[in-house]
Design a protein around this ligand. Sequence first.
Ligand SMILES: Nc1ncnc2c1ncn2[C@@H]1O[C@H](COP(=O)(O)OP(=O)(O)OP(=O)(O)O)[C@@H](O)[C@H]1O
Ligand SMILES: [Mg+2]
Length: 582
Amino acid sequence: MEKQKDSFRKLLRFTRPYRKRILIAVTFTGVLTLIGLVPPLLIKRLIDDVVGASRWDMLTGVILMLIAIPIATAGVSFLNNFVIAYIGQRLVFDVRLKMYRQLQRLSIRFYETMKTGKIVSRMMSDVAMVQNMITGNTITMVTDIISFCFATVIIFSLSWKLSVVLLGILPLYLLNYKFFMRRIRRTNISYRFEMDQITNTLQERISGTQLVRAFVKERAETQQFLAGTRRSLNYAMRGVIHSASFSTASRIINGIGSSVLFCLGCYLVIRGEITYGAVTAFMAYAQRLLGPALRFTEISNLIQQTLVSADRIFEVLDAEPEIKEVKGAKDLLPIKGYVKFENVTFAYTPGEPVLKEINLEIQPGTTVALVGHTGCGKTTIGNLLLRLYDPQSGQILIDSRNIAEVSLKSLRGQIGVVLQDTVLFNTTIKENIKYGKRNATDQEVIEAAKTAEIHDFIMSKKEGYETLIGEGGTKLSVGQKQRIAIARAIITNPGILIMDEATSSLDSESEALIQKALRKVLANRTSFVIAHRLSTIVNADLIIVMDKGRIVETGTHRELLEKKEGFYRQLHQQQHASLRAA
Ligand SMILES: Nc1ncnc2c1ncn2[C@@H]1O[C@H](COP(=O)(O)OP(=O)(O)OP(=O)(O)O)[C@@H](O)[C@H]1O
Ligand SMILES: [Mg+2]
């Protein structure tokens, strides 16, 4: 609770730039509400003085005011709504932008603990919830409090007897409301939960249609969908019954309550205690007490929800990036490509090291091949070099500078990567290749594509470089995606290149083509090539063989093959054996 309040207080800080405007809006709203309370009093005057006492000279004045008030309030409330909407939208804009910046700053580990869906709902629905509270509900609350207080004072001044009866009836309304609202809300939650499930499954199953078809699961999937939809239908219907019962009960209470009050009022008129105009005005004010009274019972709920949302927003905003630049971090100068790992030990999960005391020294321009069984830590080496994670002990140097001490931008900006799982964005081929270098010329894009041996394929498309590649590149083959990823990595002309399984999905022919082209690329920079297929790495200057997080052998292809009991030799033999078997 304390923590939630704290989050809310922090959230209020976002309103600071708009305080003046909010104050204006609140004042306006207050004034509008007060003016809005006047008409019943005018009606009273019309009935009692103009009609009752035949003061026809007053008629024009009262009528003019009755016309002027709605027009004036409508005009002002237009402005008011505009200001409120503006503040609300700006607020959402500010909070979302801050969250987005924070998401870019946070380290990869954050994304391992908080899943995409959760982050998205924090940025979208929780922010909207808070916006609603801070602007919409605050304004409603101001209106409600003013209406309630003034209307109460007015009804008591009109007739304390009627007021006492009214206050006796009011709890009936509230009880009715509370009774049904609780049920409506509960079914709503179940309904939403069911709908979320359906939406998620739907998304997954539609994008996985191929799999569904391949496993002949159409019927089973339809049945599952049917079951879910039926459950949500049940909840929806239950909700409808509750809300229909609620409005029926409210009508009954309202009808009986109003009749009782009105009859009693008329009785008081006959006894000469109040005027008929006062009864009419009283009835109007009684209705105005109702809305606010009902909403007051909701406030604690609303506040609770807002606090939860605020808390969730700050779960993102307050998260500390694990990888931080040191104060006054200098840029890494254009790198030559000398890389050194000194006693590097690293664990994703504390206590389970995946790299153990790695020592490496790589001269500029070397093509290094990392080989070893799956899970031995090859990708992890690349992750550490990019400083996506920091090692628990030891240090990594590039051109003799500790990478923990240079600016992240200058470090990552000079390392080109082809990730193991190719990620492409749903835009044109050109935009994807240019991703690492916004201001690249078309010529540079084409050069990169040529080097990656993808230019001819692109040109064979009707739209050429403007071809849209679909969500995640679904319209391309895996090999085509990989080659686009290679073009994207080399367009920046990086000092260090990491290629994680970059050629794994290419057939021998295109692999050979790329190898040839890449030789140019690899020649004048330090490159880490990770590959399972040993044929890819035969030409590397240095082969690093890893096993269970340790470096077990280093050398060239030839040197390593000469080791009789060598690990590499075994790997090599295994692959040849399986190739022959196949
Ligand atoms: N984000 C992570 N959180 C926890 N453990 C991880 C994470 N990423 C990798 N690991 C673990 O670290 C070890 C090394 O993983 P890594 O991805 O470096 O292997 P790899 O050599 O690249 O394997 P492959 O050849 O299959 O790509 C594995 O045992 C893996 O389970
Ligand atoms: Mg890997």
